[in-house]
Structures are given as structure tokens and as C-alpha cells.
Design a binder for this molecule. Structure first.
Ligand code: IMP
Length: 450
């Protein structure tokens, strides 16, 4: 019999909700090295959760000399026994998910902790077709420099999120296991998609029965037991006093609201996306780590104020292997934009920074950072995500002394050459957050923790 009074029960219930939530987000245009940081932090958490994006993301992690490229599955999967959750805010390509599951299992990785929200929306082949056709048409319709399209990953991300908002005919992961609902939804969707895609010049026939069969096959391979109410699972996990790490995909400057719209992705890439993308209130995040590279990169179209098109860019691209994990495209490269990263740290409420790829900047006599912009003759140090305004922003540089030493063997901040240390100090004080992690190579061990 419960003899405790109501007051006692209330405080017991509160005491039980002591689980800790942390979040890792990108402070630039994606590809900041979040995969490695999540992998490092996953060891001290019980669950790792994706809350946004889809197979457009590409997180590479190197464990014991082996490189793993993950697109949909949270990087925490590489630790046996952890929960790896794909939240409701993610758009899931079920065939890609199966491919990734098989790839990991084939390399001996335990994937038993993988769970997918039944409310995550499904990316279907017609979303990818629509994505590619729109990109081609926009590109053709643009002026000579080809800036009409967004330069998407063509993974169907934008069309899948658009259909989520359209509602009728959208398919969620849970629907893959309900025969009638699946047939009805795909039928509805195709009644709109077919004429639309035909009109855009699509060649595929988008046959409903074949698509339903293929969906069911993917669903069978994913397994019904994995697809469930992850909001409840996460709250139960937190109520049991466990630690949950949220893994942001893409980057703040690609966020559909706070990024350089329209050159953005379709989801909430920022820490507040945890609330909508998982059902765990963002207010529960006690730690938000903003990941940033020691320089800037971007793939796809859109403004990049610090972009370089010279030998320095070439050196950084080659040393940093700046080619997309998802698409293989060469990334655009520039010096570090501190105006942009400070804005991102502010939007996310970053409590700390993880600085990656510092080793790539070795060998320059001097290094530059952008500390304000000149826009229409006026100097400003507040980032504007307005793509048109940003396209006219001219960087104002601060030049810092470079260093020539190889940093890849440094394990403590004090191991760094003095000018590299000064570089880190400068960006910490500019952004106003401590660099709690500094990474000098892809391996787990090539890391300095503060
Ligand atoms: P989408 O997400 O495929 O629609 O692409 C929209 C824009 O976001 C394009 O410029 C992509 O290159 C970019 N993008 C999407 N995901 C990532 C990522 O994980 N890293 C870097 N860029 C990305």
C-alpha cells in the first residue's frame, strides 16, 4: 500500500525525472564534424537521438582506424548497448535505412538498440524524383551563373517535409505496417504526384502496387518492433534517470527558419528542434555543444561571405578532404566566419563549443577570421540570415599569426603551438563560449577535452 501523502508522491515523481539531456548541433553550413563529437560524447550517454533531417546528412566517424559513414542512423550506434533513436522530426528513406542497417551489421556492429519513431515521415521514391526535377528545372530557368536552384542533395528531403505539411497522402513510418492505411495513403499521394511528375517530365511510372510491395519489403527488413512511440520511450528513459544525447543534423545556417533561406534544408537543425523533433522539451537540455570547423565550408548554392577561390581554398579543401560524405561534391571553402558562428551559438544557446579540423590550418604564415561585415557601406557584427543582404556582405578581417607544426599528435591544449592556442582563445572570446573540445584529426584519440 502506498502510505505517502500527495506532497511526497509529487516530489518522488520529480526526483525520478532526473535524466540529463545534452545536444550537439552544427554552427555552420553542415559538415562541421558533428559525427565525431557525437561519437565521443555518446560514451557517457545511454541514448543518442536524431531529431531532424534525413539521409541528406553524412556523419563520418573513425573507430579503431575504420571509417563509418552514417546518414540516417545516429552515430551512437557504434557503442554496443546504447539506444539509437530516429525521432519523429526525421524524414526516413526506408530503403536507405535498410542499406545502412545491413552495412553496419555486416561489419559486426550491434544494431539491436536502433529504434525509429512511428511518426517519422517516409521519404518515397517520388520525393527524390521531385527533388531532382525541381532542381534541374530551377537550374535551367536561372540566369547564366546557375544560381536558381538550391543545390540540394537530391535525397527528397524538401518534398518529404512539404508533404508532411500538406498532410493528405503523407506516409509515416507506422503506416508501413498497416496494410490498408498504406495502400490508401500511397493511392492518394500518387493521384497528385503522378500528374505533377508527368508534367515535370518524369520518366518513371510510379506504379502503386509495386511501390506498396517495395515499402512492405523494406518495413519487414526494418522490423515492426523497432518502429514505435519514441516520445514515450525517451520520457521513460529520462524518468529512469538516464542520459540522452540529441544529435543535430545539417547545420544552423541551413535551418529552415534561422538559416540563409531559401538556400537551406527543410528542417529545424537547431537545439530548439529537439522539442518538435522528439517530444522532449528543449528546456530540458542542460548542455548544448555547438560544433564548428576552424574554417568555413558550404555545399550547394547560397551566400558564403568568407568564400575563397584561390590556392588557399585548394589547400584547405585537399588537407581537410572537403568533399561531401553524402554526394561527393567538392565543398566551397573559406576562412572562419566568426560573425556567422557567434549568431549560431546565440540561436542555439550553446553552452560550449567543439572546434574541429584545427590541424588543417597548419602551414599558413597567417590565418584570417571574419569579425564583421560591411553591408551597403555600413559595418555590422550581427549576422543576417537574409540571403540577398548576405550576398552583398563584404567580410572585415582580423589577421592572426599562423603556425607550421603538425597538430595531429596534440592531446592537451598546452601541447598546441602558441599561435594555434591564440587562435582558439580568440574565437572563444569572440563567440563568448568555451571550446570544451578541440579536435585535431578524425580518430577518437585525436581530441583535447577541457
Ligand atoms: P537538402 O537538405 O538535400 O534539401 O539540401 C538543401 C541544402 O542543404 C543544400 O545546399 C545541401 O547541400 C545542404 N545540406 C543538406 N544537408 C547537408 C549536410 O548534412 N551537410 C552539408 N550540407 C547539407
Amino acid at each position: 500500500m502506498n502510505t505517502a501523502g500527495p506532497q511526497q508522491n509529487l516530489s518522488d515523481a520529480r526526483a525520478a525525472k532526473t535524466g540529463v539531456c545534452s545536444c550537439v548541433v552544427g554552427l555552420q553550413w553542415g559538415d562541421e564534424g558533428k559525427g565525431k563529437i557525437v561519437d565521443l560524447l555518446a560514451g557517457e550517454h545511454d541514448a543518442v537521438v536524431r531529431f531532424n533531417g534525413g539521409a541528406n546528412a553524412g556523419h563520418s566517424v573513425v573507430v579503431a582506424g575504420s571509417r563509418y559513414a552514417l546518414h540516417l542512423i545516429p552515430s551512437g550506434i557504434l557503442y554496443p548497448g546504447k539506444l539509437a533513436v530516429i525521432g519523429n522530426g526525421v524524414v526516413v528513406d526506408p530503403w536507405k535505412l535498410v542499406e545502412e542497417m545491413d552495412g553496419l551489421a555486416g561489419r559486426g556492429v550491434d544494431i539491436s538498440g536502433l529504434v525509429v519513431s512511428d511518426r517519422a515521415h517516409v521519404v518515397l521514391p517520388y520525393h527524390k524524383q521531385e527533388d531532382a526535377l525541381r532542381e534541374d528545372l530551377l537550374n535551367r530557368g536561372s540566369d547564366a551563373d546557375g544560381a536558381g536552384n538550391i543545390g540540394t542533395t537530391r535525397r527528397g528531403i524538401g518534398p518529404a517535409y512539404a508533404d508532411k505539411c500538406q498532410r493528405a497522402g503523407a506516409v509515416r513510418m507506422g503506416d508501413l505496417f498497416r496494410d490498408e492505411a498504406l495502400a490508401e495513403r500511397i493511392g492518394l499521394a500518387l493521384s497528385i504526384k503522378k500528374p505533377m511528375l508527368d508534367g515535370l517530365g518524369a520518366s518513371s511510372d510510379n506504379d502503386a502496387s509495386a511501390l506498396i510491395r517495395s515499402c512492405k519489403d523494406a518495413a519487414r527488413r526494418i522490423g515492426a518492433a523497432r518502429v514505435r512511440d519514441t516520445t514515450r520511450l525517451l520520457h521513460d528513459t529520462l524518468d529512469a534517470g538516464k542520459r540522452v544525447l540529441f544529435e543535430g543534423a545539417n547545420g544552423t545556417l541551413l535551418d529552415v527558419d534561422h538559416g540563409t533561406y531559401p538556400y537551406v534544408t527543410g528542417s529545424s537543425c537547431v537545439s530548439s528542434g529537439v522539442g518538435t523533433g522528439t517530444g522532449v522539451p528543449a528546456a530540458r537540455l542542460s548542455r548544448v555543444i555547438g560544433v564548428m570547423k576552424a574554417y568555413t565550408t558550404r555545399v550547394g548554392a547560397g551566400p558564403l561571405p568568407t568564400e575563397l577561390n584561390d590556392n588557399t581554398a585548394h589547400r584547405i579543401r585537399e588537407r581537410g578532404r572537403e568533399y561531401g560524405t553524402t554526394t561527393g561534391r567538392p565543398r566551397r571553402v573559406g576562412w572562419l566566419d566568426l560573425v556567422a558562428t557567434r549568431y549560431s551559438a546565440t540561436i542555439n544557446g550553446a553552452t560550449g563549443l567543439a572546434l574541429t579540423m584545427l590541424d588543417v590550418l597548419s602551414g599558413f604564415d597567417e590565418v584570417r577570421v571574419c569579425t564583421s561585415y560591411r553591408v551597403n557601406g555600413e559595418q555590422t557584427d550581427w549576422f543576417t540570415p537574409d540571403a540577398l543582404a548576405l550576398a552583398g556582405a563584404e567580410p572585415v578581417w582580423t589577421t592572426l599569426p599562423g603556425w607550421s607544426d603538425d597538430l595531429s599528435g596534440c592531446r592537451r591544449r598546452t601541447d598546441l603551438p602558441v599561435n594555434a592556442r591564440k587562435y582558439v582563445d580568440f574565437l572563444e572570446s569572440f563567440i563568448g563560449a568555451p571550446a570544451q573540445i578541440v579536435s585535431v584529426g578524425p580518430g577518437r584519440e585525436q581530441t583535447m577535452l577541457e
